[in-house]
Write a protein that binds this ligand. Structure first.
Ligand SMILES: Cc1cc2nc3c(=O)[nH]c(=O)nc-3n(C[C@H](O)[C@H](O)[C@H](O)COP(=O)(O)OP(=O)(O)OC[C@H]3O[C@@H](n4cnc5c(N)ncnc54)[C@H](O)[C@@H]3O)c2cc1C
Ligand code: SF4
Ligand code: SF4
Length: 458
């Protein structure tokens, strides 16, 4: 079996395979295809899952069952050229000129600047974007005025129940901006194009986040335990802000607990890849092929010294490219044009082309484990990870998930401090050589964005 062959282990008659393989990402599409379904937080896995297996109608909209990328891309970008990066009109680096907004944001503050731009237009009635509900709970909310935009949170990296976006799309009249992570958008478009095509006209523009992974609630439980924070008393949290990488901040009432994201060892344990929701390991759509404009972090050697974050933008339509240039003309953002090489350099091959995910899906298929059936535009560029590597990863992941589900986080910390230490150190060395010493440029493998081009970024 290769990654190009049909996926026999994908179960399409209901959601049982999704539940058994823990592949749900909480998009909420199934709940609208079968109203008897609810999304519930599984007490052991600590991810949202459907309450029961339901039927073929629910399975037909589920992005953990199948996503037809060629079909959806033809509908969203009719006639546009497909590349291994999806449909690309332009690639830019950008930063909000509002210092406070930029500093509070996860990267360049571009999502909020885009929302402010679109909310000022007569052809937009509002925006649907993630807001804070309480504790660690976040949900899509309706935003109608610019005053509400800066109240929205930054990036939320843990698994959420996301059905509210589709509920709002059903309820509202008019045309809206929708902010969503890739798999959330897959579920929304699966549902719209199969069950409710009338909702398509309510979407004016989609602002997609680039997305490397999300985490089960075990990650938050583990970090709270390591740092002596009472998990049940968390009243709010923020993963980023206060500089390009930012800190994880958790509030218990008035008390603020801050944890460095790059160097804190406990953070590295609790936010290890094994804490990702399992579907993330099969995800081939990190760069949001279905969004009209994609916003991610510019993790480049040329931006490493900036004091506040810089955003990487992929405009997939001429209209979104025009919008960001209008924002620059109005002085809301600073921009510089770059190319697709910067998408690749800013992320990793694994993220952009799915080298690991395509190979892992093929392996899951071979061993009879359900996984989403997806072939994206990046498939021709993927260099599949060796079978032995994905097999070893799967064995380790199975062991680590069992430890997480038993809440034995301290054992995982001990493992990282001993047997996994060389791998952990290598990650830092790679970062130092590529981003700081710029070995790729020194050895002629790539040409950096010039200093002049990024001079205007803070
Ligand atoms: C789970 C996740 C993983 C990510 N992984 C990567 C990565 O690997 N590489 C990379 O370059 N970028 C990644 N990003 C994107 C990055 O963190 C920033 O969100 C993005 O660059 C936008 O930053 P900003 O400064 O413009 O906006 P921000 O100030 O961060 O605002 C983002 C807006 O998006 C909405 N939002 C936040 N979290 C979610 C969510 N979970 N679901 C739906 N909407 C949400 C909120 O309304 C928020 O206002 C990820 C984002 C998420 C949510
Ligand atoms: S991924 Fe979405 S559609 Fe599939 S089971 Fe989970 S919530 Fe339902
Ligand atoms: S990595 Fe993929 S599956 Fe995981 S949260 Fe991001 S978009 Fe969804």
């Amino acid at each position: 079996m290769t990654a190009d062959q049909p996926h026999a282990a994908t179960r399409t008659q209901d959601l049982q395979g999704v539940i058994d393989a823990s592949m749900c990402i909480g998009c909420g599409a199934c709940v609208f295809a079968d109203p008897t379904l609810k999304l519930e937080l599984d007490p052991e896995k600590l991810i949202y899952q459907p309450s029961h297996a339901s039927n073929a109608a629910a399975a037909s909209v589920c992005p953990a069952v199948r996503v037809d990328f060629p079909g959806l891309q033809d509908r969203i970008f009719p006639g546009a050229e497909q590349t291994e990066y999806g449909v690309v009109h332009s690639v830019l680096l950008a930063q909000s000129t509002d210092h406070d907004r930029n500093l509070a944001a996860s990267s360049g503050g571009l999502v909020k600047e885009l929302l402010l731009h679109y909310l000022s237009r007569d052809d937009v009635d509002g925006a649907l974007a993630l807001g804070h509900v309480g504790g660690i709970d976040f949900q899509t909310r309706l935003v109608r005025s610019s005053d509400e935009v800066d109240q929205l949170p930054g990036s939320i990296y843990h698994n959420l129940e996301q059905s509210r976006a589709l509920q709002l799309l059903h309820e509202v009249e008019g045309r809206y901006i929708l902010v969503a992570i890739p798999c959330q958008l897959e579920g929304i478009y699966n549902y719209i194009h199969q069950r409710a095509p009338e909702l398509a006209a309510k979407i004016h523009t989609t602002i997609g986040l680039l997305c490397g992974w999300q985490y089960s609630h075990h990650a938050l439980r583990a970090i709270a335990e390591f740092k002596g924070v009472d998990y049940e008393q968390i009243t709010d949290l923020s993963f980023r802000g206060d500089g390009p990488v930012g800190r994880l901040r958790m509030w218990t009432g008035e008390t603020l607990h801050q944890i460095g994201r790059r160097v804190d060892f406990d953070y590295q344990v609790a936010f290890d890849r094994s804490f990702n929701t399992p579907r993330c390991h099969t995800c081939i759509n990190h760069s949001n092929f279905l969004a009209d404009i994609v916003v991610g972090d510019a993790w480049l050697p040329s931006t490493v010294a900036t004091k506040t974050g810089v955003s990487l933008l992929v405009c997939r339509k001429p209209e979104t490219d025009q919008a960001v240039r209008e924002m620059a003309q109005a002085g809301a953002v600073k921009l510089t044009d770059v190319g697709t090489a910067e998408i690749m350099e800013s992320q990793k091959r694994r993220v952009v082309f799915g080298d690991f995910a395509y190979a892992y899906s093929a392996y899951l298929d071979e061993i009879g484990v359900h996984h989403p059936d997806m072939v994206g535009p990046n498939r021709p560029a993927a260099r599949l990870a060796p079978r032995k590597d994905v097999a070893r990863f799967h064995q380790e992941l199975t062991r680590k998930l069992a430890l997480q589900w038993a809440r034995r986080y301290r054992y995982l910390r001990l493992r990282k401090a001993t047997v996994e230490l060389p791998k952990h150190v290598k990650k830092y060395l790679d970062w130092f050589f590529v981003r700081i010493l710029r070995v790729k440029s020194l050895t002629g493998q790539r040409k950096e964005v010039s200093r002049g081009q990024v001079r205007d970024f803070r």
